[in-house]
Design a protein around this ligand. Structure first.
Ligand SMILES: [Zn+2]
Length: 156
């Protein structure tokens, strides 16, 4: 009996440890953007070269999902003022009507509704557009684990 309890304890400690290890490593968005969700269906926030934002949805193995009527809006809280972004379907993703404001180091607040009448889910993205030296991704979409992230040197 004692042995069983000890085995159970050991098993739950191992489970907790692996859950922490999993959480420390962010999912890498297939387009090079940030996966804002913690569970499927996943949503990726990606900033295009023209600074328009693309939102793409994925299943648990990061295979692209077709749009199913999601409604996304965003507010870029830039230092020069807040800018509202609206999204329309294009090529299987949702693309913003306007580009992100100049500069970086500001928060983009995303509102994702599964349908037009669903309650919004709110995600915050800290937008940094410099490239991470370690994973070579844009800093806002950095996929380094926590240990790597602490080494990052934001020159702001
Ligand atoms: Zn990185």
């Amino acid at each position: 009996m004692k042995k069983t309890i000890r085995q159970l304890l050991l098993a739950s400690i191992t489970l907790a440890a692996s859950a922490v290890a999993f959480a420390a490593k962010p999912l890498a968005g297939p387009k090079g953007g940030k996966i804002v969700t913690t569970a499927a269906p996943h949503a990726e926030f990606f900033v295009e070269k023209d600074r328009k934002v693309t939102i793409t949805f994925y299943d648990q193995s990061l295979k692209p999902l077709a749009l199913t009527g999601q409604v996304v809006t965003a507010v870029a809280e830039a230092k020069t003022g807040k800018v509202g972004l609206e999204f329309a379907a294009k090529g299987g993703s949702l693309v913003s009507n306007v580009a992100l404001p100049k500069g970086d180091d500001y928060t983009v607040v995303l509102q994702v509704r599964d349908t037009a009448s669903a309650r919004p889910k709110i995600y915050r993205v800290e937008f940094h557009d410099e490239v991470c030296k370690e994973c070579k991704r844009a800093e806002y979409a950095c996929a380094c684990d926590d240990t790597g992230e602490k080494k990052h040197d934001h020159k702001h």
